[in-house]
Design a protein around this ligand. Structure first.
Ligand code: HEC
Ligand code: HEC
Length: 183
């Protein structure tokens, strides 16, 4: 009897360990191809780069869910205080690109985090996503807002040198006037 209980406990422990291994990757993936090396898919559309990267970097589409891109592209005349209006056919082509490559259509690991973090919300800003906010809450304002070379957390590429290529790895972070981030 004792042996049988011991065996049951061992079996339980083993299956518990096995499930830990399977679920230890906190990206919530359910099979398919893994994208371990990159955080989000790189920007891959020249028209997007041309039209949407004159005032700021071309944000990788995998950083916002499809509903956010649709909302944002539907109100370009009032774009965070700027007018970013485009001819209807251009706006349509870019919306199609952004939606097709949105966070909730992508299996890159940071896109999965973004999707999980926004839930049913469709924020207009990447910087409003709880997951993205939480990654930056320890950085003091003097390194962002009052840092002339950054100015805003929206300026991802000021610190993440490979942001447009879809990489946000800590190794590539270089905060202007500060350097690497040690935490
Ligand atoms: C005329 C200048 C201009 C153009 C063109 C422009 N934007 Fe912006 N965009 C802004 C400004 C200003 C902000 C707010 C930045 C800030 O708060 O620091 C912004 C913010 C954003 C943000 C939110 C960034 C954050 O805080 O997370 C997204 C997403 C965005 N733009 C997408 C686009 C897309 C897509 C296009 C092309 C259709 C585009 N922008 C074209 C000026 C522009
Ligand atoms: C002022 C510099 C700065 C700006 C601007 C900035 N970040 Fe960061 N980001 C950091 C630092 C520093 C960390 C690491 C924080 C930590 O680990 O405590 C980080 C971490 C991250 C991480 C997590 C990386 C990891 O390995 O866990 C992601 C994803 C990220 N940032 C995305 C963005 C996006 C998207 C934007 C623009 C909307 C942005 N960041 C703007 C400095 C910046």
């Amino acid at each position: 009897m004792k042996e049988k209980i011991a065996l049951t406990i061992t079996t339980l422990l083993i299956s518990l360990l096995a499930s830990q291994v399977v679920f230890s990757d906190d990206d919530g993936r359910r099979g398919g191809a893994w994208h371990r090396t990159l955080d989000v898919a790189p920007v891959s559309n020249d028209q997007y780069r041309q039209e949407c990267a004159s005032c700021h970097m071309a944000y990788p589409p995998g950083l916002l869910p499809a509903a956010s891109w649709t909302r944002l592209m539907g109100q370009l005349a009032d774009h965070f205080g700027d007018n970013a209006e485009l001819p209807a056919d251009t706006a349509k082509a870019l919306t199609d690109y952004l939606v097709a490559n949105a966070a909730d259509r992508s299996d890159y690991r940071r896109s999965l985090r973004v999707t999980r973090s926004v839930g049913n919300n469709a924020p207009l800003r990447i910087t409003e996503i709880p997951y993205i906010k939480s990654k930056h809450h320890e950085i003091p304002a003097r390194l962002i807002k009052t840092n002339a070379k950054v100015g805003s957390l929206s300026n991802c590429s000021a610190c993440h040198r490979q942001a447009e290529s879809g990489s946000f790895s800590e190794r590539e972070i270089n905060i202007p006037g500060h350097g690497r981030w040690e935490d």
